[in-house]
Design a protein around this ligand. Structure first.
Ligand SMILES: [Zn+2]
Length: 274
């Protein structure tokens, strides 16, 4: 009977660990989403900078064409000016040439402004490209690590479930059903440590008679209040007992053994398995 309880304690430990593993596994897609989100926003910024630089270059090309057009116009006007018959005609050509020259000057000013703006834009794009490449390498590494961890978690979970299945076989059915029911009700904590004379899960003090019976380690008992299976493992008491007096360096001094902690019974700990 008591061996069954120890098996159930082990099963409870496995269940709590399985719950943690499942949580971790479920976290992975969210983690990868967060990792990639930063990358996407930086990539968008780079695209915006590239678009600005592209627009700048396009406008500059257009301005160069505009200048060429005006220069061709001036050449044509100068040709026509040679055949001017009157002073007024000559003056009119002159005015038109002057207008074209003013246009060229305006275009040239704009070209200078565009060139000045292009310089920091090009530098931005270049540094953003380098940063993004570095970041992408980092993200790929993080993703690989996260994927690897999940694969390890999944393997651990499979081993955990396999072990649980094996352990389950040895537990008689009414007890197993009781354990599963309590485990479901209490989010994985069907068994409570009662080594201190108190149910550590619900904090109820165990009746002295029940506690005495519990200490005899002959049958499985439940808490009067919460119904959890009670586990008596005095080794756990050492965890909460005051530290032993300092050991004197004499031959007779005994060094206390390290306390044995039963798996899966964190005293008074509640694990959310919802
Ligand atoms: Zn209780």
């Amino acid at each position: 009977m008591l061996a069954d309880l120890e098996t159930l304690v082990r099963m409870q430990g496995l269940d709590l660990r399985a719950h943690q593993l499942r949580l971790e596994i479920a976290q992975l897609p969210k983690q990868i989403f967060e990792i990639e989100k930063a990358l996407v926003s930086h990539a968008r910024k780079l695209e915006a900078d590239r678009a600005l630089l592209g627009a700048n270059r396009l406008e500059r090309k257009q301005k160069d064409l505009d200048i060429q057009t005006q220069q061709a116009k001036i050449a044509k006007l100068k040709d026509q000016m040679n055949s001017a018959k009157t002073n007024e005609q000559f003056k009119a050509f002159q005015n038109e040439i002057q207008y074209c020259e003013q246009e060229i000057a305006k275009h040239e000013d704009r070209v200078v402004a565009l060139m000045e703006a292009a310089e920091p834009l090009a530098a931005n794009v270049k540094s953003a490209e380098a940063a993004l490449a570095e970041e992408k390498a980092q993200v790929d590494k993080q993703k690989a690590e996260a994927t690897e961890r999940t694969a390890a978690d999944q393997a651990a979970l499979a081993a955990n479930l396999a072990e649980r299945k094996e352990l389950m076989v040895s537990i008689p059915n009414p007890l197993l059903t009781q354990f599963e029911r309590l485990s479901k009700k209490y989010k994985g904590l069907a068994i409570s440590d009662a080594s201190s004379g108190r149910c550590t899960a619900c904090n109820l003090e165990i009746r002295p008679m029940v506690f005495q019976e519990l200490r005899r380690l002959e049958k499985i008992l439940t808490c009067d209040y919460c119904g959890r299976l009670l586990h008596y493992n005095p080794a756990i008491v050492m965890d909460v007992a005051p530290p032993p007096p300092p050991v004197k360096a004499t031959r007779s001094a005994k060094v206390p053994a390290a306390p044995k902690v039963a798996a899966g019974i964190p005293s008074g700990t509640r694990v959310d398995m919802s």
